[in-house]
Write a protein that binds this ligand. Structure first.
Ligand code: ZN
Length: 177
């Protein structure tokens, strides 16, 4: 039975740990875990979630971009499992835009990230994939990739003035429309 997993919050040691390599991707248990991670991401209305965020220190994350009330302008993308990812190239250009995180609920911040990246990873079938992302999806990938290395988005802010509370962020977005 698939279940929704509890989400670790900042302060849990697993959020700050370097995640371990995936040793048995083909195992039924690992595949079920990936399904549960996807279910948990969807239930929490996240755009992505990493294994450490559900107390499992392994180099796996989900990207699942679709517009919802937390991210009304997110692009549509079929949810994918990303295993053992690497960023193999990035643009010099960085862009500051909003990050949020299921492990730091209530906070948003303007975070500088590479505008374009080239990545390689394994899909859940164990096949090597190469991809190029830009903008929102590139940002999402870099955010989730950071989780595998014990980093969270507030580590990357240029100034504490770029950190805001969710409620004020929502108010700001409402006024923009
Ligand atoms: Zn996060």
């Amino acid at each position: 039975m698939e279940k929704i997993l509890p989400i670790a919050q900042l302060g849990a040691p697993v959020i700050r740990a370097i995640a371990r390599p995936v040793t048995d991707l083909g195992a039924k248990e690992t595949q079920e875990f990936i399904d549960e991670l996807m279910l948990t991401c969807n239930d929490a209305k996240g755009m992505g979630i990493s294994a450490p965020q559900v107390y499992r220190s392994e180099r796996i994350f989900i990207m699942s971009s679709q517009p919802n009330e937390r991210y009304p302008h997110a692009p549509m993308m079929k949810p994918i499992a990303v295993i053992e990812p690497e960023i193999i190239w990035h643009s010099q250009e960085m862009e500051k835009d909003w990050d949020g995180c299921l492990s730091l609920p209530g906070l948003r911040a303007l975070v500088p990230r590479y505008r374009e990246i080239e990545v390689s990873y394994m899909n859940r079938e164990g096949e090597q994939v190469k991809a190029k992302y830009e903008g929102f999806i590139a940002r999402l990938f870099q955010h989730e990739y950071d989780h595998l290395n014990g980093k969270v988005f507030i580590d990357r802010v240029e100034s504490t003035l770029d950190v805001v509370m969710e409620r004020e962020y929502q108010r700001m977005m409402m006024e923009k429309v």
